[in-house]
Design a protein around this ligand. Structure first.
Ligand SMILES: Nc1c(NC[C@H](O)[C@H](O)[C@H](O)CO)[nH]c(=O)[nH]c1=O
Ligand SMILES: CC(=O)[C@@H](O)COP(=O)(O)O
Length: 140
């Protein structure tokens, strides 16, 4: 059984609750355990994963959050830099699924966060487990 850390950027409570439900259901359906770490926003997710990995307590990570475009360029920064930070950690060998939504409005976020619709939380958990399988296969 693997132990998964879900790192959630809790910027929109109701949307995160939906993403968490999907991710947790997917992890439990696969027979694994999980715990959740909450950070303020998407920009803090890569650092939190890196710090948590230092503990050696986790086999894989699921990043969750919602970034909704506002009035300024900050949307691009938050989206691109959180994704880049997560990708850098992936390329360093961590098993991570990225379920940070980057959307134009709340309606788009809801459709993607709800388990009964696009279930991006569950999809990110599945991706993390797939990467863990690869890590187990290729890294002794
Ligand atoms: N606007 C959103 C943010 N912004 C906050 C940043 O992620 C970060 O926490 C802040 O800049 C302090 O370092 N974060 C989200 O997750 N979603 C947003 O819509
Ligand atoms: C995605 C964001 O950072 C956003 O919430 C910021 O809004 P604004 O660009 O209107 O300051």
């Amino acid at each position: 059984m693997a132990h998964i850390l879900i790192v959630e950027a809790r910027f929109y409570d109701h949307l995160n609750d939906l993403l968490l439900a999907g991710a947790r259901a997917a992890i439990e359906a696969a027979g694994h355990s999980h715990e959740t770490l909450t950070v303020p926003g998407a920009l803090e997710v890569p650092g939190a994963i890196a710090l948590a990995d230092e503990s050696g307590d986790y086999d894989a990570f699921v990043a969750l959050g919602v970034v909704i475009r506002g009035e300024t360029y900050h949307f691009e920064i938050v989206c691109n830099e959180s994704a880049r930070g997560i990708m850098d950690l992936t390329l360093s060998g961590l098993a991570i699924g990225n379920g940070i939504l980057t959307v134009e409005n709340e309606a788009q976020a809801l459709a993607r966060a709800e388990k009964e619709q696009l279930d991006k939380g569950g999809g990110a958990a599945a991706a993390a487990l797939a990467m863990l399988d690869l890590r187990t296969r290729f890294v002794s």
